[in-house]
Write a protein that binds this ligand. Structure first.
Ligand code: ZN
Length: 92
């Protein structure tokens, strides 16, 4: 996981990764919104609609610094969840 420290004052992140190249393979970086599952203590949380840059060639994910801050706030419980769902658990 890589962090892009480029300043982004605009709340709208569309176009943030446009034209950027992967620093490992020089592949083009595409913008996507993903769902991030995280384990927090004994619980699991899901952070939806996370804007992320994904290298088309090697799949490396790139996060903007302000997005990482928001993820961190969610993990630490400083944000209000939008939903709560029961979850099926399987074991192998
Ligand atoms: Zn790459």
């Amino acid at each position: 996981m890589k962090i892009n420290q480029r300043k982004n004052d605009d709340e709208n992140l569309v176009g943030f990764w446009e034209g950027e190249k992967c620093e490992y393979c020089n592949g083009p970086i595409l913008e996507k919104k993903i769902a991030l599952p995280r384990k927090v203590g004994r619980r699991y949380i899901l952070i939806k609609n996370v804007p992320v840059g994904v290298c088309k060639e090697c799949g490396t994910k790139y996060y903007a610094a302000n997005i990482l801050k928001t993820i961190e706030s969610s993990v630490r419980g400083r944000r209000k969840p939008v939903n709560k769902v029961p979850m099926f658990v399987y074991s192998l």
